[in-house]
Ligand binder design. Structure first.
Ligand code: UDP
Length: 329
């Protein structure tokens, strides 16, 4: 059988790099693309010697040219944490609008199937709990999270328009909080924030009173869900996440127990428009994809912590610093 070729944008990011690994393992030819603003070359360096892997250092908001055939395009390029998209709000809006427009245009030319990374943020601060795909969301378009939430909502709208108007084969995954090895320690997300603090011997900062909830999915489970969705014939959005919900206060306690740190929890101000609760309803994924998460939080957190503990000082430094300053000048 002819080898399938997949383009993965955001290939050097946390999720993008895990997807590259998975498609390489599944025997695909993988073309990774990233402009390395929030992505890290270290995440994919191990793939460079492989003949089935190519990397383009390119900004997807500019015209994309990829020679040869393409069977699939996975659009995973985007800043994805509150700290990142507050620092680079315009780039965040562009990658979710101009970036996906370029991917969809390329997909039409190549007759490729497109899967886009959407997010639970399309539900905003939800008034429906748990969130089903039918819920339209509760988003403040001009709040600090608006640049991300609205970019992702627009991205879904444009993708659906290409599906209905051009008959393009499209898939939309709504990703809930996901964690695992390779996350950046300085991107403000709660799990790397807590692990970084534990490793540095600092107190763990819980925002607000910590009663807000999240549901954390281990990255391998997410990747499996994405692969199944890609190969399904389902064009409506599908939630992929782990429904096991926990308060951020309890989560901090779990990290303290896991890391054995002698530090304590300190409470600081809650960011504006921080969603109060979040839990995916995964009935659709179960029914249509036969998917549900397999890795529980205890196992997943241990693998993730062991990864960070195993990094050298130099690797840890890289995980705590980013490249925006050069980029946004
Ligand atoms: N959070 C926290 N301390 C931190 C970082 C985050 O208490 O050092 C909280 C944050 O306010 C939010 C939750 O943890 O309620 C998850 O935050 P994250 O940025 O990881 O994801 P998102 O809010 O996008 O789900």
């Amino acid at each position: 059988m002819e080898q399938k070729r997949v383009l993965i944008t955001g290939a050097a990011g946390f999720l993008g790099s895990h997807l590259c690994d998975r498609f390489i393992a599944d025997g695909y030819h993988v073309i990774g693309m990233d402009n390395l603003i929030t992505g890290r070359i270290e995440n994919i360096e191990h793939l460079f010697p492989l003949k089935n892997f190519e990397f383009y250092n390119h900004d997807v908001t500019k015209f994309i040219h990829v020679p040869g055939k393409l069977d699939y395009i996975l659009h995973f390029a985007s800043p994805a944490s509150p700290i990142d998209y507050l620092k680079i709000p315009i780039q965040t809006l562009k990658v979710g609008s101009l970036g996906i427009h370029n991917c969809l245009g390329l997909a039409r030319v190549k007759k490729a199937r497109v899967l886009i990374a959407s997010t639970s943020e399309v539900y905003g601060d939800p008034e429906v709990h748990p969130q089903t795909e039918d819920y339209w969301g509760h988003v403040n378009p001009i709040g600090p999270r608006g640049v991300y939430d609205e970019a992702k909502r627009f991205q879904e709208a444009l993708t659906m328009a290409y599906h209905t108007y051009h008959g393009l084969k499209t898939r939309i995954v709504r990703i809930f909080n996901t964690y695992g090895p390779r996350m950046r320690l300085n991107d403000g997300r709660v799990l790397p924030a807590f692990i970084g603090q534990a490793l540095r011997g600092e107190d763990l900062t819980v925002f607000g009173d910590g009663s807000q909830t999240r549901s954390f999915c281990y990255v391998d489970d997410l990747v499996e869900g994405i692969v199944r969705l890609l190969h399904s014939d389902y064009a409506e959005p599908v939630n992929i996440g782990n429904p096991d919900e926990i308060t951020i206060r309890d989560f901090a306690e779990e990290i303290i127990a896991l890391t054995g740190t002698s530090q304590k929890v300190i409470y600081t101000e809650l960011p504006v428009n921080d969603p109060k609760q979040r839990q995916p309803d995964i009935t659709r994924a179960k029914t249509i994809l036969g998917w549900e998460p397999r890795v529980n939080r205890q196992e997943g957190l241990k693998i993730t912590y062991d990864y960070f503990k195993g990094l050298s000082k130099e690797e840890l430094y890289k995980k705590e610093h980013n490249n925006f300053e050069d980029y946004i000048k």
